[in-house]
Write a protein that binds this ligand. Structure first.
Ligand code: DLL
Length: 445
């Protein structure tokens, strides 16, 4: 019997779609596009030209994609240092849209699009949605924030161009989201995974059974989420939950997305070339090895990014995807190199904590990590919501859960962590990206 993936692969393999181009052809295309984007950036962006100069490099030295690693990196600090428009490669009268995202200091980083860039963005969003089985006739509730954040408008233009019906509801006002979902017959929802969990909780409180609604697909991204979280979302929402990845510096959502096989995110390699580098040596690693994702935009005009250091940690998957797409996949991004924190000498990633918590029966996927320092010693406390059943049960159930969680975290982190079990709904919900870590260690210093 055919698997779902094979059926879909057979049905949706239009010869003209770039998603299925033979790899040899793709490589030629990537090489040609790289040469031309490097030339453009060299001519128009002072920072890039001077870096190339320092390395003794000229665009004509570049043969093709095989020489990518010769080129200098670009970082978030470069965007900060050239704030607001210093990395633009198009004159302002060709720039038709600006977005912004948080920087490492008080100022945001600003990104720009020409008409052609917006068309590329729409194209990759259409391909993402199509790969997730979304089509004309679907009713898409777009609860990503509209505004400077790229999530809202990115998903909006893609869903509209695909031919679906878009509800541009933006983030927030959860009761209204639930009403709209129910009354408008919504079939697809786009938002952060943490916000969707909040929406599910609130729906339950309002007596709305999301499983009985026509909703069938969720397109979740903008923050890391684990496989355990996916299982909860799919079970509680009665939907298929797909991952979508992107970042403002590269284009916004639509750099990569899962197909119905849910085995990694296909990178739209005809526009964004992925490399994985080793943190220490900063050299590219082989496919399959974990490291930091570095992306090069091959086609964007207004703000080309050459070897942009995303800080996101992943690896390129080597096996072919059963869906038949030739675009390589990256593994779900579980963490960033810079959300790592160090407690008593131990490197900790929030996602490790999340996975350990969710593997223990009786917890809810709402948690917060609080870091404090007492007499020079770091303390880590994890506040986690427990299910109403556990919470209303005898004290024994809470105590049992408490020690199971301590053990689970000790096993994963090798650290004694303080656990505070809190009642459902007591951790503040976010309408966008969830704030998982509160670091108070340096407040009084
Ligand atoms: O979050 C773009 C986006 C909007 C992606 C909607 C998906 C859906 P920024 O605000 O610039 O852009 O944040 C980019 O968010 O470098 C990752 O660390 C994180 N991120 C984005 N998508 C995912 C994901 C948007 N699917 C930063 N999984 C990135 C894990 C993600 N992390």
């Amino acid at each position: 019997m055919s698997t779902l993936c094979e059926v879909v692969a057979a049905r949706f393999q239009p010869a003209s779609s770039p998603d299925y181009v033979p790899r040899e052809y793709l490589r030629e295309l990537q090489s040609a596009r790289l040469r031309s984007i490097v030339e453009r950036t060299y001519e128009r962006v002072q920072l890039f030209r001077s870096r190339m100069g320092r390395l003794g490099l000229h665009p004509r030295d570049l043969r093709g994609i095989e020489d990518l690693a010769l080129l200098p990196f670009t970082t978030k600090a470069d965007l900060r240092d050239t704030y607001p428009f210093g990395l633009f490669a198009s004159p302002m009268d060709e720039v038709v849209r600006l977005h912004a995202s948080s920087g490492t200091t008080g100022k945001p980083i600003v990104v720009a699009y020409t008409q052609a860039d917006l068309a590329i963005w729409t194209n990759v969003m259409v391909r993402t949605f199509a790969a997730q089985g979304i089509h004309t006739g679907d009713i898409v509730q777009n609860a990503y924030g509209y505004g400077l954040f790229t999530g809202g408008l990115g998903a909006h233009c893609g869903a509209e161009a695909l031919g679906a019906t878009v509800i541009p509801i933006s983030g927030g006002n959860t009761d209204r989201q639930i009403m709209v979902m129910k009354d408008f017959g919504v079939t697809v929802v786009c938002c952060t995974p943490s916000y969707f969990l909040h929406l599910l909780d609130r729906a339950r409180e309002l007596g709305v059974d999301v499983r009985s609604l026509p909703l069938r697909v969720g397109v979740f991204g903008a923050e890391p989420w684990t496989e355990s979280m996916r299982t909860r979302i799919e079970e509680q929402g009665g939907i298929k939950a797909y991952d979508i990845y992107g970042l403002s510096e590269i284009i916004g959502p639509g750099v990569a997305g899962e197909c119905v096989c849910q085995t990694g995110l296909h990178v739209f390699e005809d526009h964004f070339y992925p490399e994985i580098i080793d943190f220490e040596t900063e050299r590219p690693v082989k496919d399959g090895v974990e490291g930091e994702l570095v992306l090069t935009t091959l086609t964007k005009s207004a703000m080309p990014m050459i070897r942009y250091r995303t800080r996101d940690i992943t690896r390129i998957l080597t096996e072919a995807c059963p869906c038949g797409r030739t675009m390589r996949r990256i593994q779900k991004i579980s963490r960033r190199s810079d959300d790592m924190f160090i407690v008593r000498g131990v490197n900790v990633f929030p996602s490790q904590i999340e996975t350990a918590l969710l593997d223990v029966e009786g917890t809810l996927p709402h948690y917060q990590i609080i870091l404090t320092r007492a007499q020079g010693l770091d303390e880590i406390e994890v506040r986690v919501e427990v299910t109403p059943e556990v919470f209303s049960d005898k004290i024994g159930a809470l105590e049992g859960l408490h020690s199971r969680l301590i053990e689970a975290l000790d096993r994963v982190l090798g650290l004694r962590v303080r656990i505070r079990l809190v009642e459902p709904q007591s951790i503040q919900r976010s309408e966008g990206k969830a704030k998982r870590v509160i670091d108070r260690r340096f407040e009084d210093q």
